[in-house]
Design a protein around this ligand. Sequence first.
Ligand SMILES: NC(=O)c1ccc[n+]([C@@H]2O[C@H](COP(=O)([O-])OP(=O)(O)OC[C@H]3O[C@@H](n4cnc5c(N)ncnc54)[C@H](O)[C@@H]3O)[C@@H](O)[C@H]2O)c1
Length: 256
Amino acid sequence: MKVRGARALITGGGSGLGEGTARRLAAAGAKVAILDLPQSRGAAIAGDLGSGHHFVAADITDPDQVKAAVEGAAQALGGISVCVNAAGVASAARVVNRSGDLFPLELFRAVLDINLIGTFDVTRRVARIMGSNKPNEDGEKGVIVNVASIAAFEGQIGQAAYSASKGGVAAMTLPLARDLASLGVRVNCIAPGIMDTPMIAGMPEPVRQSLLEVHVFPKRLGRPDDFASLVQHLVENPLINGEIVRLDAAARMGPR
Ligand SMILES: NC(=O)c1ccc[n+]([C@@H]2O[C@H](COP(=O)([O-])OP(=O)(O)OC[C@H]3O[C@@H](n4cnc5c(N)ncnc54)[C@H](O)[C@@H]3O)[C@@H](O)[C@H]2O)c1
């Protein structure tokens, strides 16, 4: 599917990987709607992209807000043909810490609610809207790119909830692709390594320093545009479907 003329909904487009994707797709000729929390930078970034680009505020854990935001984006853009689910959170805790405290169940639920169920909710709402698009010569009506993490496969100490949520996002890629094939919608998933975004900048300095060592080659953090360029390829290449692509410079995470 061509990016030029695409109508792209990008969750988490107010920061980091989502922002990089919004900027790249807009520069390549897509109309973009950023879905993010009301207090995010989403509105400012959409304003920066210029006319024809929009911001829709929503917390993806609230199904009513998701419904309103996805419908609002479809109305503003004149439909949705691309969706990138980049909204997410990283939070870490030990299952049983040194003081004997247990991993709080409410934290575990909250991480799954945002990263996994929120991604699924946006996916199902967007897929139905994509199903009414006019198909291109390959029969494509839409492309969805979900965002997991290499922590889906090699979660570190403290990442039980994050890895469970991202493992879920990765594992649902193939069934989503199979399920939505009848609507003409492809679904792929990117599993990034360590990317230079506010999510990583917000981590304690010793953790940040250790993460700098994880990428084998090139020995640098990933950039939002490395991610966005893969999104663009997944949108444009009609044969990639049901795939999980690691974007990690040969990194394999150790236990800590
Ligand atoms: N940065 C990395 O190294 C890295 C690595 C692997 C995977 N990821 C994943 O990539 C995605 C983007 O991460 P990032 O690094 O750009 O993070 P980020 O913190 O820079 O951006 C995340 C965005 O998601 C939004 N968001 C969070 N909770 C939300 C909610 N409930 N409803 C709506 N929006 C919400 C935030 O407001 C923010 O704008 C996340 O799913 C993250 O888990 C990031």
